[in-house]
Design a binder for this molecule. Structure first.
Ligand code: ADP
Ligand code: MG
Length: 207
């Protein structure tokens, strides 16, 4: 397999490469781990992400893992390629960024109401398609939880990511995310907790 030409991304854990209209997320071995442990961890993380993506795809826009003849491969997830703009590179330039952010908040509310925590909510893990749908990708750090704390931390992560990467728009952008997040059944409680989470850090904010 000639990975190089088709490589979409190479992260610390995985290589993502394009295969026709699909992408394959392939968790790579880590030389510093014992091979048995390494295989176990890669298998566990791959299966976990696959399950979460699959569940999330019933709730919000996300690439639903595909069953393939090689799906017996423990370290790979095959999924549809989502053509679009990665929000990490485009959000600041979009005139309608507030509308997009509101959609992100609405989708996050749906995930949280279904007991799914994304775990790595940054604009690198959000793709905007031509028809203005926002796809959530990368559930590698995701997990099941109905705890308010976990939901608040998920919101805090995106708030921090906006501040770090999109500093000129971060306040308005996050306000719009919270606008959308109002649709969550635990909105009030989660916002209260978010304020607590943030008061543990440097800033104290009120929403
Ligand atoms: N289904 C997909 N469609 C299009 N691009 C994708 C898809 N999955 C991943 N990518 C691209 O690959 C990058 C890395 O994938 P991701 O799942 O976020 O892995 P990592 O855990 O390494 O961050 C993403 O930021 C995105 O650019
Ligand atoms: Mg990612």
């Amino acid at each position: 397999m000639n990975y190089k030409e088709k490589t979409v991304a190479r992260g610390a854990e995985a290589i993502v490469y394009k295969l026709g209209s699909k992408v394959v997320k392939d968790r790579i071995p880590k030389g510093y781990r014992h091979p048995d442990l390494d295989n176990k961890l890669r298998t566990r993380r791959t299966k976990s992400e696959e399950k979460l993506l699959s569940k999330a795809s019933e709730i919000v826009s996300t690439p639903k893992p595909l069953i393939t003849s090689s799906s017996s491969d423990n370290y790979k997830i095959h999924m549809p390629y989502i053509p679009g703009k990665k929000l990490s590179e485009h959000l600041d330039k979009l005139k309608n960024y507030q509308t997009i952010c509101k959609k992100i908040g609405q989708s996050l509310a749906k995930l949280h109401d279904a007991g799914l925590i994304h775990g790595d909510l940054t604009t690198s893990n959000l793709i905007l398609t031509k028809n203005n749908k926002v796809f959530f990708i990368d559930f590698g750090l995701g997990f099941h939880s109905t705890r308010i704390e976990d939901k608040a931390v998920d919101l805090h992560l995106i708030s921090q990511a906006l501040e770090a990467k999109h500093s000129s728009i971060h306040e308005k952008a996050f306000k719009s995310i919270l606008q959308g997040y109002k649709s969550s059944k635990n909105y009030q409680e989660t916002i209260k907790r978010l304020e607590k989470v943030e008061s543990r850090g440097r800033y104290k904010k009120q929403y």
